[in-house]
Design a protein around this ligand. Structure first.
Ligand code: ZN
Length: 273
């Protein structure tokens, strides 16, 4: 009898926990258990024609997000040319990740603009937001908050970062300050924070100054992660070299960013289905 009660308790606990884990997904419960439920789709865009440390990061980005698809929770496709996809195909992706470069050719740029203006989602790392006087893409400059590349620390190194807010899905479970792995960080002019459409989520701590051994930065506002409220986008300045995925807190930040952008899908939050 005691054994029967114990089994019943275990069964009840399992039922409770599966209710909790599958909250909101009752109609597709069968498919969920079969592991065939694809909640959302990700397209990673990158280039092989970049400096070695940026290509290295792109390859690691692809592995990182592909590994997260275990159990087929979502799909990851990879492209080096957005033109391989018509606009309606692109719009089937909940998020486009620019791993080491912004779209480059005029056709790619036009496609990207249309994708974003029609509700697309974007995560950009490091060099994806790099722009200077030769970039000639006003739409993109407005999109990323108006900042043009100003300077960087060199060599790449770890840095202390601080949250600008904890009242945001991307930062709510992160420490107020933590050290992130070695990277090159870009400073921008004008500072993205001065743009009313930009919400800065995480910045380089001023405790790092002066930062750099060859190229040294002595001060200034230095946002690293931000979003433009007019788009479903987030930019993360990390992404130079092969150490970006060695740290749990930074990985959590990346996963939070993915989850947040996907959850803001205009067609509905796929995590609530
Ligand atoms: Zn770099």
């Amino acid at each position: 009898m005691r054994k029967t009660i114990a089994i019943l308790i275990v069964l009840f606990a399992v039922m409770l926990s599966s209710e909790w884990c599958q909250a909101g997904g009752k109609k597709d419960r069968q498919a969920d258990y079969a592991g065939s439920r694809i909640r959302f789709k990700v397209l990673i865009h990158y280039t092989e024609y970049a400096e070695e440390a940026h290509v290295q990061f792109a390859h690691q980005t692809i592995s990182f997000f592909q590994k997260l698809t275990v159990g087929n929770g979502f799909e990851v496709d990879v492209t080096t040319d957005l033109k391989d996809h018509a606009l309606d195909e692109l719009l089937k992706y909940d998020v486009l990740i620019s791993a080491n470069s912004a779209p480059h050719s005029p056709q790619e740029r036009r496609l990207f603009e249309e994708y974003m203006e029609n509700g697309g989602g974007w995560i950009g790392f490091h060099a994806a937001a790099y722009n200077d006087r030769n970039t000639n893409w006003p739409w993109f400059l407005e999109f990323i908050g108006g900042g043009v590349f100003k300077c960087n620390n060199w060599p790449p190194q770890p840095a202390l970062v601080k949250l600008d807010t904890r009242r945001h899905p991307v930062t709510k479970n992160l420490p107020r300050e933590f050290v992130i792995p070695a990277s090159e960080f870009y400073q921008w002019t004008p500072e993205p924070r001065s743009n009313k459409d930009i919400k800065v989520l995480l910045s380089l701590s001023e405790k790092n100054y002066p930062i750099g051994l060859k190229d040294i930065v002595y001060g200034g506002d230095w946002p690293l992660v931000w979003t433009n409220k007019n788009y479903r986008m987030i930019y993360l300045n990390m992404g130079h070299g092969d150490e970006s995925f060695i740290d749990a807190e930074q990985q959590l930040l990346f996963i939070n960013a993915l989850r947040w952008i996907v959850s803001t899908n205009l067609a509905g939050n796929p995590f609530n289905d």
